[in-house]
Design a protein around this ligand. Structure first.
Ligand code: ZN
Length: 353
């Protein structure tokens, strides 16, 4: 059913999926050195190798205390399924607890256990790698991004020891698709998902039949097969948000306990589970009237694209916000969650530059 997306994924993989986006951050760059300090315990040293001090969001990056994807784990040239979370952050009004400042030549360290977020019970040879970009922040506002890239670390894992590591995410019982004990939040979420559905449906239509220039602005190509893949994913999101399918479980609040200030919502792709944080309701409008601003509808759209049960393979967070997302190459943009959210939001306003 998702044959085109499968081929695209293979293509992406073959051409080093985790390559750096175009460097609009000019002189800025972070170098990551991965090393093995235990069976499945990994140390990352992040060094500012650019020419200026940088302040960036460390959520979804090293030093995030939640089980986020810090490295991609490969075995036999295929990615081992990631079982942790992806967190969506706000792009304005960011507070210090989400930020790290790193002077030129300075380093930070992080130690984490990959067995907590990947099933390594079979053990064997693995290859770890990490690359992408993190949002740069000035006065609490994301204004750009800084690329990072790690060495390729080969490790041997002992299966028995790996099996003893407790998984980060507990198993929760699935109740209903929108799972919520609070009637006010449930209503607000239901309303937002209705908007998500119509936005996604309109965006799918635009991807299929709308302006080639607009599509090119976000996805960096006007190729028909890419347009078809984007449209198919957006159609799947529209159906899912409209509850006509139920691949996902959507929690109206922090069911798994990974919210904190600056986090809007998160997805656990391996569980097809999505959860909203408090500021999803208190900080975000249901539907933004400004282009490329965050709102509830596009935040949920972003999260749905991460869930492989909605459309496989699920997207990654390769670029965050308009500047980082539109700096990606086409094959990355098609796999980037925020590109879909921004396209759905931006295509409604043709006058926007
Ligand atoms: Zn995301």
């Amino acid at each position: 059913m998702h044959l085109i997306s499968f081929f695209l994924a293979v293509l992406v993989f073959a051409q080093h999926a985790w390559s750096l986006p175009a460097e609009i951050g000019r002189e800025s760059a972070l170098d990551v050195t991965l090393s093995q300090i235990g069976n499945t315990r990994i140390k990352a040293v992040v060094k500012n190798i650019g020419q200026e001090e940088v302040t960036f969001v460390h959520l979804n990056f090293f030093r995030d205390s939640a089980p986020v994807k810090k490295v991609v784990v490969y075995q036999n040239n295929a990615e081992v399924t990631f079982e942790g979370i992806k967190r969506r952050i706000k792009l304005q009004g960011l507070t210090a607890n989400a930020l790290t400042t790193l002077g030129v030549g300075k380093t930070i360290e992080d130690v984490f256990d990959i067995a907590a977020t990947t099933d390594l019970s079979h053990g064997g040879s693995l290859m770890l790698h990490s690359s992408g970009s993190v949002p740069l922040v000035r006065d609490g506002v994301v204004f750009g991004h800084v690329p990072y890239r790690s060495n390729r670390l080969k490790i041997e894992v002992n299966a028995d020891k790996a099996s003893q590591i407790v998984k980060a995410i507990p198993t929760l019982e699935r109740r209903t698709r929108v799972t919520c004990d609070n009637t006010t939040l449930k209503q607000q979420l239901t309303d937002a998902l209705r908007e998500t559905s119509s936005l996604a449906a309109a965006a799918a239509n635009a991807a299929r039949n709308g302006s080639a220039d607009k599509f090119m602005e976000y996805f960096k190509t006007a190729n028909d097969s890419v347009r078809a893949v984007v449209a198919a994913r957006l159609d799947a999101v529209a159906r899912e948000a409209n509850s006509t399918t139920s691949a996902t479980t959507y929690y109206c609040s922090d069911e798994y306990g990974y919210c904190e200030s600056n986090v809007l919502a998160y997805t656990i792709p391996a569980r097809n589970a999505i959860a909203n944080c408090g500021i999803y309701y208190s900080y975000l409008p249901e539907l933004s009237r400004s282009c490329h601003y965050q709102d509830r509808a596009t935040t949920s759209l972003h999260e749905f694209t991460h869930a492989p049960g909605v459309y496989s393979p699920g997207t990654e967070d390769l670029g965050y916000g308009y500047a980082a997302s539109t700096a990606l190459q086409s094959r990355e943009a098609v796999m980037n969650a925020d590109t879909y959210a921004l396209y759905a939001n931006g295509k409604m306003r043709p006058s926007f530059p």
